[in-house]
Write a protein that binds this ligand. Structure first.
Ligand code: ZN
Length: 731
């Protein structure tokens, strides 16, 4: 929260040429001390360490369960210990499928057997490790065999199936082929199975990350014709983590679901392939020509099918319980040891993972090194700082989810905030997270210099927004899913952030054998300047959260953001209503039928159900009340608060994010408990804000929408009670 004493006044210290600036959460006499501490921290960060450590961590493939992955965990634990951290490795026992049989062939008209192997390239010895490289596959595809006509479904997302329906094409009993991108990959087989398909192939089209975008590896950063993106297709929007232990830790002797009952394993076999392997399949399709927006970058006319291309797919996995090793390193706080600030990044990769995840992991380590060494010299953070290196993130956020499920009660009582990073590269500062932290992150972004232009990372980011036609506000995006912050914010209700740099680091190496040290240092972040910028930014956030007099949560920006989400949903409902009305009028006068080309077999659409009026007033009333209360809170200055009151205020602030969650969770997915943010049920990583209400409207479930409005209004009323409490403690 922001207090009155925190304005942006600059107090110039005459004659010294330095100045003290107010910062959120710090009493005026402590702000200058904090800024001095942060600049010492910054001056000790070394790019060379990131470089050396990346070469070590990414020397060999290290997916969960590998010997090298374990060695990496042990080596990192040793480093943390040497920097003064109390460090342990916490191991969970999780289901992880390794591919035994991968077969894909075009049976007719002209037989072709997919190669399913990426080739080594000159100048990158890592790509020549042969057998040691993990075969390309989608983790948590079911075992299975299928043979059927092929249908091209574009990205395989809901609106593509609407388009297919208009073309009169059904995927029931067929095998679909979808392009990567357009949504998180796990949505593609999920939706295909719901529509009755019996197999799913996902390929990388050159338009998305191959030769259409730029030169391919090794000449350039993009995907060559043999590159294949691996990745999990676990149904993470239902619940992430170990598929056999939903909601509780996968300890050695934990009670496990039977694999056939695990709801997050796909219903149909799914396999990723390269564009070299996709080309013969797509060329053999006939049927209608694909809509313009579906066409990719291959030198063919894209047809939709079904058939005459007939394909056979066969997959079998070795389903093994595998150890996942999380490294947890703690530095006890000098003043408030029972309040924790946590930083994390995953350490497992699909193959070498120089970019994903090592580029983020080495920045975390450098940050931890400097904070640890400064603590040894008497500058110990006031709150306890916890560093984590997660295992098994790639197959489904497994290491972090099991750890959070294991430690949930303690985290809810102690953890102030979780700050996540993952892949990192050259470009612009990006941040998502709890909107109570927006003001603090914005101030930190003012203090960090962009390595290429010399302006602050905030100024550079705002410049990009403006140049792209956007506004000049610094805003956090809302968190959906896609990295290890998910169990913290969505399940345990811990205020969380996910930060990183990017936008000038494009490439096609993601989850392929080409994500290596040579690729990274040539194309992603030469010289590790943005790795250091990341350590600088995240380290300052950790130090501010750890040393603040009053925890730096701010509620005005939070309130404005939630109000904006509500406005958006109300406007969307209104525009849907108008659309349906117009659609039904056009159907009534047969406009679609008459406008269509009579030679194309396009089925005219049917009338849609009219949209009823929803009563949003409980939300509007709650937000209005809350807004006034927050005005009062933010006008109070706890500058002269007693030590006891300050302590009580901090304790109350610590658990505030949990007010926004409840144990019943979202409809049909109780693991997701946050009422403001969730990954979309049909978007995967993509966030849905006010998800209970928004998704009910999108699914046209009006009864549930009205119920969810009531539930959300009660959440906001609980927040109102919390703000009343905070006001009492601030006086
Ligand atoms: Zn990652």
């Amino acid at each position: 929260m922001t207090q009155k004493f925190i304005s942006f006044t600059l107090i110039f210290l005459l004659g010294l040429g330095t100045y003290a600036q107010s910062i959120t959460g710090f009493k005026s006499e402590n702000a200058a001390v904090q800024l001095e501490l942060e600049s010492q921290f910054e001056s000790r960060l070394k790019a060379e360490n990131l470089d050396v450590w990346m070469q070590r961590l990414a020397a060999e493939p290290h997916w969960v369960g590998t010997e090298y992955g374990k060695k990496n965990a042990e080596w990192m634990a040793e480093q943390f210990r040497s920097w003064g951290y109390d460090t342990k490795i916490e191991t969970y026992h999780v289901l992880f499928p390794y591919p035994k049989i991968r077969e894909l062939e075009l049976v007719s008209p002209d037989p072709y057997t997919a190669k399913l192997t990426a080739v080594p390239v000159e100048g990158d010895p890592y790509t020549a490790q042969g057998e040691a490289l993990l075969p390309s596959y989608n983790a948590f595809s079911t075992d299975g065999e299928a043979e059927a006509d092929l249908v091209f479904v574009n990205y395989g997302i809901p609106r593509d199936y609407e388009e297919l329906e208009k073309m009169g094409i059904d995927v029931k009993g067929k095998i679909v082929i979808a392009k990567y991108y357009g949504s998180w990959r796990g949505i593609k087989p999920k939706l295909a199975a719901e529509k009755g398909a019996i197999g799913c192939i996902i390929y990388s089209d050159p338009e998305d990350d191959g030769y259409v975008r730029g030169d391919v590896y090794p000449e350039g950063a993009f995907k060559n014709k043999t590159g294949v993106q691996r990745g999990s297709v676990m149904d993470m929007p239902l619940y992430p983590g170990d598929v056999l232990t939903p909601g509780y830790a996968a300890k050695k002797d934990a009670k496990r679901l039977d694999r056939k009952d695990a709801p997050t394993i796909t219903k149909i076999p799914v396999l990723p392939i390269s564009y070299e392997d996709a080309l013969p399949l797509l060329s053999a399709l006939k049927g209608p020509v694909a809509p313009n927006s579906w066409k990719g970058g291959l030198p063919i006319t894209y047809h939709v099918g079904p058939g005459p291309a007939k394909v056979r797919i066969k997959l079998e996995f070795d389903w093994k319980i595998t150890p996942a090793h999380n490294v947890i390193a703690m530095l006890e706080g000098s003043t408030y040891p029972d309040q924790w600030v946590m930083r994390g990044n995953h350490h497992d990769a699909w193959v070498h993972g120089a970019n994903d995840p090592v580029s983020g992991m080495v920045a975390v380590m450098e940050e931890a090194r400097v904070i640890g060494e400064m603590a040894k010299q008497g500058k110990r953070p006031k709150r306890t700082v916890v560093y984590a290196a997660w295992d098994a993130e790639e197959p489904g956020l497994i290491g972090s989810t099991e750890w959070v499920e294991d430690h949930e009660k303690e985290l809810q009582a102690k953890l102030v905030a979780y700050i996540n990073t993952d892949s990192n590269g050259r470009g612009f500062f990006g941040a998502g997270g709890s909107h109570t932290l927006q003001a603090m992150v914005s101030e930190v972004a003012d203090a960090v210099t962009d390595p290429q232009t010399g302006v602050s990372i905030k100024e550079r980011r705002i410049a990009r927004q403006l140049a792209g036609g956007g506004n000049a506000n610094f805003e956090l995006s809302a968190l959906g899913s896609g990295s290890d912050y998910t169990p913290f914010i969505q399940h345990a209700g811990i205020a969380s952030l996910n930060i990183g740099f990017g936008g000038e680091n494009a490439g096609g190496e993601y989850h392929t054998i080409y994500d290596t040290y040579p690729h990274y240092t040539r194309f992603k972040d030469p010289g590790f300047a943005y790795g250091v910028a990341l350590a600088n930014t995240a380290g300052r956030i950790v130090l501010r959260m750890a040393n603040a007099d009053v925890l730096p949560f701010e509620f005005k920006q939070w309130h404005a953001t939630v109000s904006e989400y509500l406005k958006e949903i109300m406007e969307e409902t209104e525009s849907r209503r108008k659309e349906v009305k117009r659609h039904n009028e056009l159907v009534a006068r047969k406009a679609y039928a008459l406008a269509a080309d009579p030679r194309e077999n396009i089925a005219p659409p049917n009338k849609k159900e009219e949209i009823p009026y929803l009563d949003f007033s409980p939300l509007q009333n709650s937000l209005a009340r809350l807004g006034e209360r927050i005005e009062e809170l933010e006008s109070l200055s706890p500058e002269s608060l007693s030590v006891e009151k300050q302590k009580a205020l901090n304790e109350a602030l610590q658990g505030t994010e949990q007010i926004l969650t409840d144990m019943t969770g979202l409809p049909r997915r109780p693991w997701f408990r946050h009422r403001l943010y969730a990954p979309g049920f049909y978007t995967g990583y993509g966030v849905k804000t006010l998800p209970g209400v928004r998704e009910a409207i999108e699914q046209e479930n009006w009864k549930e929408a009205q119920e969810q409005i009531g539930i959300l209004a009660r959440t906001l009323e609980r927040m109102d009670q919390q703000v009343i409490k905070l006001i009492g403690l601030s006086k």
